[in-house]
Design a protein around this ligand. Structure first.
Ligand code: IVH
Length: 701
């Protein structure tokens, strides 16, 4: 589209459509970031062709006029404005240069930009008389009945010296934790969850039935004044400053942001913006940026407004955490425990600073619940460090060409029929754990991972290459691998002869030949040799026993000391270990009872993998054969240290008292375990007695 007028018309039409959806009852069809980009394009076009910038252009107006809603429309006494945006620190610096003679000339109030919806509250003689949405900025919707149900909005202002009339402007929002609780309740009821707190807050405020609004824990933060009439009394002098407005609002009993700060100079402002962005996820509400406002209201007045926004304020927008992209496919992955997980393959998109192509969809129920189709435009969300999530489809963007996805009934790797492990499970699993290549590959790669044996080179690619080439049938053989074996794995061998100089050749140097094992392969063999020396708990983690992660593995290794003892333990003995519940105990017992599992352990042991934690031989095994429970707090030991001492002296540290318990060590503030010991007649020791037991054995107590 080259004709600027046609391009202008097209942009205006798009923006107006999106505004109508955003402010009306429809769900938005584009992300905030895309909307901002359209506005930016329009602004740039109008800068180039000023004749296109007519007064009704979206660059000159705010909100949406064309929304029919059923609420009465009421004129604002003073117009509600929008804010211009800055998308970078350079934009902020440029704005600062515009408002001051030099950047940083003015004192600024810096505060969070709350991602909610703006509200105007009218107080006449201190009484709340009206609540209006922003609407098109000139007139809004009368949502007074609903506003009255918001807990943070006082019906009457505090104080004696009050204006005859004041419009207080602020933002209505739904706190994140209430949003999450609301969604959890909806999910538990089998209903579709809400997309985000802002839409939920908007939907809640615009309810025809105010009892529905009352049931939603909406909150408000106030940050500006509109019309203000003090009658014959003198205005509060603090209102000469923006920061003073917040003091006055606070005195009146209205909530203001606790994060607002008065700053001066680009350095401090940049530091504030970085700090706010770093903690954006720990605030009670969502924020999409910061607002910077000139503090001196006389300067505000002299700077004035454009038709839609004040020149004395700017919104600094954080990089978007929600973007739109196309869901190109849904595929499934078979994990190391056989769990079959659908995941979305998307057109690569940047969100929160990283490029995302894949996002897990967890299980078939989730795909159904989210209602996504292959080919859909989807909302992708990546909040901070959280893994990217497909929130849901943009229904309005559907073309009819999308198609539904169905969960495969057979394992894509080995063809086995997928099944739930037990009735009611959400996950489907491939039951062929012994032979399924995908499961074997993931298990082998997992052994190499940081949380397990930490073997450099042994990642997904290497594991897949060794399984595909037939060098490894399963993980039992892993520690028997030789360089000779790796010659059969294409990824580990030289493809062509190494080039050496004539001088080297004359000196007797023999270059590597095609087919020789390269650097990586030799590294793998060397690293596997080192991995044999890893502590017992890491070996336990590496077995990929369901529910047995690092915490449970550490607990098992500490309590039993050897693989043999873990393997020989009964479910009760396993479950008695602190940090090992009945589910884990059952899972461990069942795992060792499978012959090919036991074979893994035997083969590893034969290959020299460490199967016992080294004990200090100088420690007398005074507690050999004894099961001891410690409860309450001791003076000379932390909880972990007691257990370590028991295990180091050959005893078993247990967390629950039973008839099989030999001694219960009771410290300060001991609870029910001491009572139970008494009931069962188990011998109770105080701390000095326990120390004697450690040092000299049973005869000493
Ligand atoms: S001041 C005359 N301060 O952002 C200045 N607005 O994108 C009026 N918003 O319409 C706005 N947090 O709904 C201001 N701390 C804050 C804000 C804030 C959120 C909203 C407000 C405004 C929109 C502009």
């Amino acid at each position: 589209m080259t004709d600027p007028r046609a391009r202008h018309q097209d942009l205006v039409q798009q923006i107006e459509q999106h505004r109508a959806a955003y402010y009306g009852d429809d769900a938005p069809t584009v992300s905030d970031a895309e909307y901002d980009a359209l506005e930016r394009d329009l602004r740039a076009l109008e800068a180039e062709y000023p004749e296109l910038a007519e007064p009704d252009s979206p660059t000159q107006t705010v909100g949406s006029a064309g929304v029919a809603t059923g609420f009465a429309t009421v004129k604002h006494r003073e117009r509600m404005m929008s804010l211009d945006n800055a998308f970078s620190l350079e934009d902020v610096a440029a704005w600062l240069a515009r408002v001051g003679k030099e950047a940083g000339d003015h004192e600024l109030v810096c505060e969070p930009k709350i991602d909610g919806l703006s509200i105007s509250l009218t107080y006449i003689d201190g009484e709340l008389t009206q609540g209006l949405t922003r609407g098109d900025g000139t007139q809004g919707e009368d949502v007074t009945a609903n506003v009255r149900t918001i807990r943070g909005v006082p019906r009457r202002l505090n104080g004696k010296h009050l204006p005859n009339l004041v419009e207080v402007r602020g933002e209505v929002y739904l706190p994140i934790k209430d949003f999450e609780a609301l969604n959890e309740a909806l999910l538990a009821d089998g209903k579709a969850p809400y997309a985000n707190p802002r839409n939920t807050a908007a939907g809640s405020l615009r309810q025809k039935d105010s009892t529905v609004t009352a049931s939603r824990p909406l909150a408000v933060t106030t940050y500006a004044l509109g019309a203000l009439d003090w009658g014959d009394t003198a205005p509060d002098p603090r209102l000469a400053l923006q920061s003073g407005i917040y003091q006055v609002l606070t005195d009146w009993g209205l909530p203001v942001s606790e994060h607002a700060k008065v700053l001066r100079g680009i350095g401090d402002i940049e530091a504030y913006l970085r700090e706010l962005e770093a903690k954006r996820h720990s605030l009670v509400h969502e924020i999409d940026g910061a607002v910077l406002k000139v503090n001196d209201r006389a300067v505000q007045r002299s700077l004035g407004n454009t038709s839609r926004a004040p020149r004395w304020a700017i919104a600094y927008k954080f990089p978007p955490e929600e973007v739109h992209t196309t869901l190109e496919d849904i595929r499934v992955d078979v994990g190391r425990t056989g769990r079959v997980t659908p995941y979305g393959v998307m057109a690569p998109v940047t969100v929160a600073g990283s490029t995302v192509t894949y996002a897990t969809l967890h299980n078939a129920h989730e795909v159904k619940r989210k209602g996504v189709l292959i080919g859909d435009t989807v909302v992708l969300r990546k909040a901070g460090d959280v893994i990217p999530e497909i929130v849901g489809p943009v229904i309005a963007a559907r073309t009819g060409a999308e198609r539904a996805w169905t969960m495969p009934t057979r394992c894509p790797s080995c063809g086995s029929v997928l099944a739930e492990q037990k009735a009611g499970d959400k996950d489907l699993r491939c039951p062929n754990s012994e032979f399924c290549p995908a499961q074997i590959t993931h298990r082998i790669a997992f052994i190499g991972s940081r949380g397990a044996l930490d073997v450099e080179v042994l990642g997904d690619k290497a594991a897949a290459a060794m399984v595909e080439s037939g060098v490894l049938a399963n993980e039992a053989e892993l520690f028997d691998l030789t360089e000779e074996d790796l010659r059969r794995v294409p990824m580990f061998v030289y493809e062509v002869d190494e080039k050496i100089t004539k001088k080297q050749a004359d000196a007797g140097v023999v270059g590597r030949q095609a087919g020789d094992v390269g650097e990586n392969g030799r590294k793998l063999i060397a690293n596997l040799a080192l991995a044999r020396e890893q502590p017992l708990w890491r070996v336990v983690v590496s077995l990929s026993i369901r529910h047995v992660g690092p915490t449970a593995s550490r607990a098992l290794a500490a309590a039993f000391g050897t693989m043999g003892a873990i393997r020989a333990a009964s479910v009760d003995e396993l479950a008695a270990v602190e940090g090992v519940g009945p589910t884990i105990a059952e899972s461990v017992r069942q795992w060792f009872d499978v012959p090919w599992h036991a074979n893994i352990v035997d083969r590893w042991a034969a290959a020299g993998v460490r199967m016992a934690d080294e004990r200090d031989d100088s420690t007398p095994q005074t507690l050999a054969g004894l099961t001891i429970v410690a409860t309450g707090s001791l003076e000379g030991f932390t909880r972990d240290e007691v257990k370590e001492a028991i295990v180091a002296h050959g005893g078993k540290a247990s967390s629950s008292v039973s008839k099989a318990t030999d001694y219960v060590v009771v410290g300060a503030n001991a609870g029910s375990k001491a009572d139970k010991a008494e009931r069962l007649g188990v011998r109770i020791l105080d701390e000095p007695q326990f120390v004697r037991l450690l040092e000299h054995g049973v005869s000493a107590v």
